[in-house]
Design a protein around this ligand. Sequence first.
Ligand SMILES: C[S@@+](CC[C@H](N)C(=O)[O-])C[C@H]1O[C@@H](n2cnc3c(N)ncnc32)[C@H](O)[C@@H]1O
Length: 390
Amino acid sequence: MTHLHLNPTVVVVADDEGYLAYDVGTGRLWHLNPSAALVLELVEEGCDLDQIHMALAPILGADGWPSCRTWIESSVRDGLFAGEPSPTTGEVGAPDRLRALASELRGRDRVLGAYICQRRATELAPDDPQIWYELGELAHIVGRRVVARNAYERYFDHHPDDAEVEHLLVSLRDETPPARVPDRCIRQLYSRFSSFYEENMRDELGYRAPELLRDAIAAAAGNRRGLAVLDLGCGTGLSGELLRPRAGRMVGVDLSPEMIERAERRGLYDALHEAEIGSFLASPSCGSFDLVVACDALIYFGDLGPVLRLARQRLEPEGLVAFTVERSDVGPFRLTDSGRFAHHRDHLFDAADAAGLVVESADEAILRQEYGSPVPGLVVVCRAGPDKSS
Ligand SMILES: C[S@@+](CC[C@H](N)C(=O)[O-])C[C@H]1O[C@@H](n2cnc3c(N)ncnc32)[C@H](O)[C@@H]1O
């Protein structure tokens, strides 16, 4: 074996320090360090084993070559390199094929392989904005932040009206976050998401914030029934369904018409309003409630002070405000690369206190999964304290 060839079913892309290589035939992955990356470049230039040895000798020294040679031999056995050129060269090379592979691999949670295929597709078809969008998603999933930012920027150049990508770029560029996720972004996100929201959250992501909140409310509210309940960011009614047994009257509020429409079909709510949470709470027609709930909705708000203050003003005496947020170890809160906010535990207590609420419980829990990792959260119940509105 003096001449080597890159196995034609292997896709290679540059990475932070070296290359990533993925065999679409066997699913095998290689992280190539700078020396291995150099070997690969020399192989691709058509160098034989002697030429590779000569090129690497000054870098590796006399002692380094035997282990490099052993690595090359094992890479032939593992299928990175082949001794003979294959007649199927180019089989996986077309951008559409790579993109289809990326989509299929992502569906099977083989996200690094998907990322490699998608990244190679953008190298081959750099003028297709949609390919860049898909790379942005995959780069975010595998934690390649700079690649994700660059990919979303390339897409955004062609789609400057995309409010979701505009918002993601705020985080990826480390710009100052807005007070809350822009309304236009929420509407676009849930217009796209509404048709598979429940299936995705429940069946694929193990979403259990509604159950966690129901149980936390039960611990604080005991046997109280017939409550006036306000469900902020009610979505399709997943949280409302579990609140209904306690409710005499239940009102839902949400920005997304598609989510509201699904909530309506559930037939749980006495009234549903397509409105922004803060604007609704501030409107004179809002009314007052025994229980104000925001299940997985304040993840779209930065500083919780203003919204908790408004919620406090809508509480009956002995009223409760209950909500979940994603937990951050960094205070007081931060916009994450997912486009959602995460809050430090201390911020909940500070914001609740300033709003005239007393935190009854703030339990840590896993709210759901995301890309195979748990999403840590806080399940919070507050009681009306001294009114600080004046
Ligand atoms: C993750 S979903 C949660 C839905 C529901 N509470 C549940 O537990 O399934 C978040 C919901 O909050 C809504 N939302 C986000 N920000 C909002 C805002 N500022 N005003 C009104 N609704 C908002 C979204 O439209 C979406 O339906």
